[in-house]
Write a protein that binds this ligand. Structure first.
Ligand code: NOJ
Length: 529
C-alpha cells in the first residue's frame, strides 16, 4: 500500500533564525542571500523543511516579531527578489519553506497602527484594542505584558490605552473586527501565491482577550525570581474560545491551495488545552500545534516516559504528534543538559513518533553564549534584567568554519550583531563535518536512519517505559513488520540490559564503545528487535 503520509508528517523541520544564520553583505546581521548560500548544509544534514523566523520590514524592537509590513523583506535581510530566489533554490533542492506568520500583533510603526492611533474616529481605530483609562487614570485592568510591566500603554494624544501582550511597540490586533481578519488572511494568500509551503503561526494563544476585560486572578505560586508576567494567571488573556474559529479560517485559506501546505501553531499550553488546537469537526485546526513539553519536563527517564504516554494518549483521532527541543526563545539544549545528554536528546527527538523541529545550531551542539549586560540586545532582558529571561544567549551566530574570519558568519571587518560563541574555533560546522564522532555526524546519521526506516518516520510507538534513568520505547511499522527498540540512558549510572537486546543500528557513542549488555550514562541505542 502506498504511504499516504504528508511531507509534514514524514519530514523534519529545521528552524533558521535569519539574523544569526549567514550574513552575505558584511553588516554583521544574517540575511536571505546568506541562507541561500547555506542551503546545502541543510541538504547535507538531511532535513526536509526550513522554517525561517520573520524577515519582514520591522523596526526590530523584537527582532522582526514586530512586523511593519507583512508583504515585504526588511532591507537588512534583502529584498523580495532575494526571497523568491531563496524559495526557488530551496525547492530545487527538495526543501520546503515555512514562513513565520505573526497575527497577534503588528509593529507600532505599521501603517495600520499609525492610522489607528491618529484619532478616536479614525476608521482603523477598532483594528487594535483601545480602552479608556481606569477611574484613577491608570491602565484599564491588571493585565501584564509578557515582557514586563503593564500590558497597556497610554496614548496621550487620544487619551486611551492600547493593549499589547508583548512590547508596547507590538500593539495587539483586534481579531473581533472582520476587516482585520480579512486583511490578515490576505497576508497568508500573498505568501501562498509566492509558493511557500506553510506557516508557523506566532503566539496563537494570545490572539484574543476577554471582551469584558475581567481582571486576571493573582498567581499564588509566584515568587521573586520568576517572570513578573507570571504574577497573575492569564485566565482572561490567553487561550480564549474564539481563537479556534480563526485558526479554522486560516486553515481554510491554506487548504484552498494545492500541495499540502502546512499550518503549525505556536501555543505554550498544557497538553489538554493544546489538543483543542488540532481543531474539531467542521473547524479544522493546526496540522501541528507545537508540542513544547520536552522543554519544561525534567530530564529524567520516568518524567519523559510519562510525558510521551500522556501526550500520545491525549491526541485526538488523526492528530499527528510533534516534538520540539529548542528554539530562539529557549536556552540551548547543550547548556540545559550538557553535551553528552544533548546527544541522547537528539536521538530522542529523532526517534519519537511525530514531526521533529530542530533549532539551528543544535546540530553542532551550540551552547548558550553569555552576553555582558552592556551588550544585551533582547528587549525582554532589557526590560526585566538579571532573571535569566534574556534570549540573546541562544541567538548567537552560527559558526561555520574555523579557517574563515568570524567563523564564516560575516565579513572580517564586521561586528556581528551578537558575539560568536567563544568555542567557535573548535565547535563549527566544517570541523564537525570532518569528525565522525561529532554532534553533526550523529544528527546526520539519525536523520538518515529516520528517512530509511518507516518505523521511525510513520510507525507506531509502543512499550514506552522509564525507570532508573533508562528510557525505552519501540517503533513499529506494521506493513513491513519492522520493529525498532530505542534505549536511552538519561542518568549517570550504567544500566544493565536484558539479554536479546537486538542488533545495533545506531549509537550515540562510537559503535566500538557499545556493549550489548550495558548501556552507559548518556548512551542511546537504536536496535532492531
Ligand atoms: C513568540 C516568538 O517566538 C518570540 O520570539 C516573540 O518575542 C513573541 N512570540 C512575540 O511575537
Amino acid at each position: 500500500m502506498p504511504d499516504t503520509h504528508a511531507w509534514w508528517q514524514r519530514g523534519v523541520i529545521y528552524q533558521v533564525y535569519p539574523r544569526s544564520f549567514q550574513d552575505s553583505d558584511g553588516d554583521g546581521v544574517g540575511d536571505l542571500p546568506g541562507i541561500l548560500t547555506r542551503l546545502d548544509h541543510l541538504v547535507a544534514l538531511g532535513v526536509d523543511a526550513v522554517w525561517i523566523s520573520p524577515f519582514y520590514p520591522s523596526p526590530m524592537a523584537d527582532f522582526g516579531y514586530d512586523v511593519a509590513d507583512h508583504r515585504g523583506v526588511d532591507p537588512v535581510f534583502g529584498t523580495l527578489a532575494d526571497f523568491d530566489r531563496l524559495l526557488a533554490a530551496a525547492h530545487a533542492r527538495g526543501l520546503r519553506v515555512i514562513l513565520d506568520y505573526v497575527p497577534n500583533h503588528t509593529s507600532d510603526c505599521h501603517p495600520w497602527f499609525q492610522e489607528s492611533r491618529a484619532s478616536r474616529r479614525n476608521p482603523k481605530r477598532d483594528w487594535y484594542i483601545w480602552r479608556d483609562p481606569a477611574p484613577d487614570g491608570g491602565p484599564p485592568n491588571n493585565w501584564l505584558s509578557e515582557f514586563g510591566g503593564p500590558a497597556w500603554t497610554l496614548d496621550p494624544t487620544t487619551g486611551q490605552y492600547w493593549y499589547h501582550a508583548y512590547l508596547p511597540q507590538q500593539p495587539d490586533l483586534n481579531w473581533r473586527n472582520p476587516a482585520v481578519r480579512e486583511a490578515m488572511l490576505d497576508v497568508l494568500r500573498f505568501w501562498l501565491d509566492r509558493g511557500v509551503d506553510g506557516f508557523r503561526v506566532d503566539a496563537i494563544h494570545h490572539l484574543f482577550e476577554d471582551e469584558r476585560l475581567r481582571a486576571n486572578p493573582p498567581n499564588l505560586d509566584w515568587r521573586p525570581g520568576l517572570s513578573p508576567a507570571r504574577r497573575v494567571i492569564r485566565a482572561h488573556t490567553m487561550d480564549q474560545p474564539e481563537v479556534q474559529e480563526v485558526v479554522a479560517a486560516m486553515r481554510r485559506v491554506t487548504d484552498s491551495y494545492p500541495g499540502n501546505r502546512a499550518l503549525i501553531g505556536e501555543a505554550y499550553l498544557p497538553i489538554e488545552r493544546l489538543m483543542a488546537y488540532y481543531g474539531a469537526d467542521g473547524a479544522p485546526g493546526f496540522h501541528l500545534p507545537f508540542n513544547f513539553h520536552l522543554l519544561s519536563t525534567p530530564w529524567e527517564a520516568e518524567a519523559v516516559a510519562d510525558l510521551i504516554r500522556r501526550y500520545e494518549a491525549a491526541l485526538p483521532p488523526g492528530g499527528w504528534p510533534n516534538w520540539v527541543l529548542g528554539n530562539h526563545d529557549r536556552a540551548r539544549l547543550a547548556s540545559r543538559l550538557g553535551q553528552a545528554q544533548a546527544r541522547v536528546a537528539a536521538m530522542l527527538l529523532l526517534t519519537l513518533r511525530g514531526t521533529p523541529t530542530i533549532y539551528q545550531g543544535e546540530e553542532i551542539g551550540m551552547e548558550d553564549v553569555p552576553i555582558p549586560p552592556d551588550s544585551v540586545q533582547d528587549p525582554w532582558e532589557r526590560r526585566v534584567p538579571g532573571l535569566g529571561l534574556g534570549r540573546d544567549p541562544a541567538r548567537t551566530p552560527m559558526p561555520w568554519d574555523a579557517a574563515a574570519p568570524q567563523a564564516g558568519f560575516t565579513a572580517a571587518a564586521a561586528l556581528p550583531w551578537l558575539p560568536l560563541g567563544p568555542d567557535w574555533t573548535t565547535r563549527n560546522v566544517a570541523a564537525q563535518q570532518r569528525d565522525p564522532g561529532s554532534m553533526f555526524a550523529l544528527y546526520r546519521a539519525l536523520l538518515a536512519l529516520r528517512r530509511a526506516e518507516p518505523a521511525l518516520s510513520v510507525g507506531a510507538i509502543a512499550a514506552v517505559a522509564g525507570e532508573g534513568g533508562m528510557l525505552c520505547y519501540e517503533r513499529l511499522h506494521a506493513p513491513t513488520g519492522r520493529r525498532l527498540r530505542i534505549l536511552l540512558n538519561l542518568g549517570l549510572e550504567t544500566q544493565r540490559l536484558e539479554d536479546g537486546g537486538g542488533r545495533v543500528l545506531l549509537s550515540t557513542l562510537p559503535v566500538a564503545e557499545t556493549n550489548p549488555r550495558w548501556l552507559r550514562s548518556a548512551e542511546g541505542l537504536v536496535l532492531v528487535v
